[in-house]
Design a protein around this ligand. Structure first.
Ligand code: SF4
Length: 431
């Protein structure tokens, strides 16, 4: 979501005659868009500003604005501790960039905008065209969260759930496609909680599916509680919807899920997976896991491994529990760090084995790849298949924005290698 926000912040800045510079020394204004989801986020801000001070030592300092969730959560402290910062803009206030810059230029007091007025933000943004012209683009459709998982800062930094109107999203999709975008990933902290005047995420998918030159649709991140039947059906009905779903579960133990306030059980989660697979057997899943959550016993951990082996995620993102200040689980008794570390190693070894076996199963098969950009070495072209796997082929042709069938010839942990295959698109089968 920060990538989408950064692009939109740039769209606003461009309107008031700022241009991007690749050379930091030329910057008149430096905007640091921050994320608060991991530990030491605030330290990173101070570190970055220290670097900036060195670069501008003895020169006129640029205007420095901190945006994003660190700004939201710790804006007052940042402004107090770091005089180099001129303004703070929370994630729901970045539409005030113009006002902020002109106030700074007029030397009005330091500014701290951290209201939760999402309506006003998107009303303002709607009048500014989204200029993203990448092959694949993000599109924020929903923000905020009402779920209050005990470990998570999002409800405090992004505020309550808010969904944009289906018409405004359709218009923004159209603009993106006119810019040359072929794939859109619908974004939300709880994307499948999308709901606007009776329209759910499945309706939005149906509506944007009608945009002729839009080839692929994805969405992330979903919560199991909001995975309703209509969304499950959408994976049968809309061919543009890609068969890869990121569906976080965090733990395979019902006891821990309850303690996390996840509001669902492993059985309910697995039921969604099986229903989706029944509708579309190609679908693959990825997920997030917290290892060593307060109260996690060896038995709870075994249940997480059982789930991992059952679903066979093509990607698993796992971390040792890291307490976020201000969240309920920050005050809970922690699992011994060495025990948690040991469990993480075991988890990641199994997750990696599953991933390697999956990737090997793709060798000599043919995938459908949407190509995005030429790689820095000038020899290779980069794209992604239906399951978001990174694929690289050697070619001197410009494949940007094209969908080609690619025979997978090899790969490593992160990238698959392939060659363009001349099988007609309709004969492609998914690996
Ligand atoms: S549902 Fe997701 S965003 Fe909301 S509180 Fe839980 S982890 Fe955070």
């Amino acid at each position: 979501m920060n990538e989408y926000d950064s692009n939109r912040i740039y769209d606003i800045a461009k309107k008031i005659n700022y241009k991007k510079t690749k050379n930091i020394e030329h910057a008149d204004c430096y905007i640091l868009n921050t994320c608060h989801i991991r530990e030491k986020a605030t330290d990173k801000v101070y570190h970055d500003i220290g670097r900036l001070k060195k670069i501008f030592k003895g020169k006129k300092k640029p205007i420095v604005i901190i945006t994003g969730c660190v700004a939201q959560a710790e804006g007052d402290i940042l402004l107090k501790n770091e005089k180099y910062i001129d303004a703070i803009l929370g994630p729901q206030s970045y539409h005030l960039l113009y006002e902020t810059l002109s106030n700074i230029e007029k030397k009005i007091n330091k500014l701290n905008f951290t209201e939760f007025d999402v309506n006003e933000k998107f009303d303002n943004l709607n009048s500014i065209k989204n200029s993203c012209n990448d092959v694949s683009s993000f599109l924020t459709v929903q923000e905020g969260c009402n779920k209050f998982c005990k470990f998570c800062v999002v409800p405090y930094t992004r505020g309550p759930e808010f969904s944009r109107s289906i018409d405004e999203l359709f218009n923004e999709c159209n603009d993106l496609v006119k810019n040359g975008v072929k794939e859109i990933t619908l974004l939300g902290q709880n994307v499948n909680a999308y709901y606007h005047q009776g329209n759910k995420l499945s309706k939005l998918i149906e509506k944007i599916s009608s945009i002729k030159k839009l080839e692929r649709i994805r969405y992330t991140t979903s919560h199991p509680l909001d995975f309703t039947e209509d969304l499950i059906e959408a994976h049968k009905n809309f061919k543009k919807l890609m068969p890869h779903i990121h569906l976080p579960i965090q733990s395979g133990s019902d006891k821990i899920l309850k303690q996390m306030n996840r509001k669902h059980t492993t059985k309910e989660y697995l039921d969604i997976i099986y229903k989706l697979k029944k509708n579309n057997s190609e679908i693959k899943f990825s997920s997030d896991f917290i290892i060593g959550y307060p109260g996690e016993t060896d038995k709870d951990f075994e249940e997480t491994l059982k789930l991992l082996n059952e679903v066979k995620y093509i990607n698993s993102y796992s971390f040792i529990f890291s307490p976020r200040p201000g969240t309920p689980s920050a005050n809970m008794a922690k699992v011994d760090y060495n025990v948690a570390k040991e469990r993480l190693v075991i988890f990641q070894r199994i997750a990696e084995e599953i991933k390697i076996n999956y990737r090997k199963s793709l060798f000599n098969k043919i995938g459908s790849v949407l190509f995005e950009n030429r790689m820095k070495n000038n020899l290779d072209f980069f794209g992604r298949d239906q399951f978001s796997n990174s694929i690289v082929v050697k070619t001197n042709k410009n494949l940007k924005g094209k969908i080609k069938s690619v025979k997978i010839t090899g790969g490593n942990q992160n990238t698959l290698f392939g060659e363009i295959d001349d099988v007609p698109e309709k004969e492609i089968f998914a690996a």
